[in-house]
Design a protein around this ligand. Structure first.
Ligand SMILES: [Zn+2]
Ligand SMILES: [Zn+2]
Length: 157
């Protein structure tokens, strides 16, 4: 019983406060919150073992949301709309300025493919002009020419 109360404490702290009347959705959000808190507890233990300072739970949750391309965060996955536009409203403009990709996404080695952009942009590494963009790190321009491979340098740890 005491263990259950202890486990509920961090879940209650930043619970997904989504107003829903459906009882099964409440269970769903509770399970989701428990999973995040459990992940954070494992992460915290891992940090202590390697003498690192763990990030607080709120920051941990925010970084997960950011990595998943939650709206209002810099990252966006293809196919998931950035704005919740409704009919009649003009679509929200996507910022043209390159936004920083979270480092865990940048180095995850998943789905990062070179794509051709319309215009020349400044390379994130060497600042030279290039039309190559990363398909996953949206808006990030990187050189991919025989002389230099900034695309590889950017994604390698
Ligand atoms: Zn470059
Ligand atoms: Zn990338």
């Amino acid at each position: 019983m005491g263990g259950v109360d202890l486990a509920d404490m961090p879940i209650e702290l930043y619970c997904s406060n989504l107003k829903t009347r459906k009882w099964y959705m409440r269970i769903f959000y509770y399970v989701l919150d428990s999973a995040v808190v459990n992940a954070w507890l494992i992460y915290r233990r891992h940090c202590w073992q390697s003498n690192d300072q763990p990030m607080p739970l709120l920051k941990f949750k925010t970084s997960i949301a950011c990595s998943l391309g939650y709206p209002d965060t810099p990252r966006r996955r293809p196919g998931r709309p950035l704005s919740l536009e409704s009919e009649g409203n003009p679509p929200q403009t996507i910022p043209t300025q390159p936004t920083l990709t979270p480092t865990d996404v940048r180095h995850d080695g998943y789905n990062h493919f070179p794509e051709f952009g319309k215009d020349q942009e400044r390379c994130q590494i060497c600042q030279k002009k290039t039309k190559i963009l990363c398909s996953e790190c949206l808006g990030i321009a990187l050189c991919l020419v025989p002389e230099r491979n900034c695309f590889l340098s950017y994604h390698r740890k």
